[in-house]
Design a binder for this molecule. Sequence first.
Ligand code: CA
Length: 227
Amino acid sequence: MKILIVEDETKIGDYLKQGLSEAGFVTDLARNGLDGHHFAMTEPYDLIILDVMLPDVDGWRILQSLREAGRTVPVLFLTARDSVEDRVKGLELGADDYLVKPFAFAELLARVRTLLRRGATIATETTLKVADLELDLMRRRVIRNGQRITLTAKEFALLELLMRRQGEVLPRSLIASQVWDMNFDSDTNVIDVAIRRVRAKIDDDFDTRLIHTVRGMGYMLDVSDEN
Ligand code: CA
């Protein structure tokens, strides 16, 4: 599940990104309205958390553009002003829910999960499937050949990324930024270790290996003939 956060207040943005990634979500953080608008209109997200008060392009404009373009992605807006007009305006523009700042992270997480569940009943893709490996995004379950496999939140996010981009070689730097929110120069050993752990869980006991190391380039998940 991929979530876009549009929030210009550094502390809140970082807090949301960290909390959501610890909860196992892949997140993008836009720190201004212009970037937020661009990401929202060009990248596919399962949910957008949108701050209303942004210095350049405000949250209302972003929401309006999304809905005018026919994009149905659930939007949770954050407002500092606890005014009825604001809430009404947001909901009229097509937001799905709102939270008034300051809010407890647990409450945000509960709202996020509800919106994702609601969105998933409309969207088709709640399960990713490659060969006999299934990832149930809503129930956060992994099943291979009928066997239930337990993954940590990070391992789940890593496997989700690999499965969403089946057949693509993913460089360590991309995996680092998408799953760990680390930059290019960070210690990529973390990724190798995590890949090894995921492999041990989803590949080792099965005939067909799905996660492949592409020397000098990165990792790829696919059903390949060499097995
Ligand atoms: Ca703001």
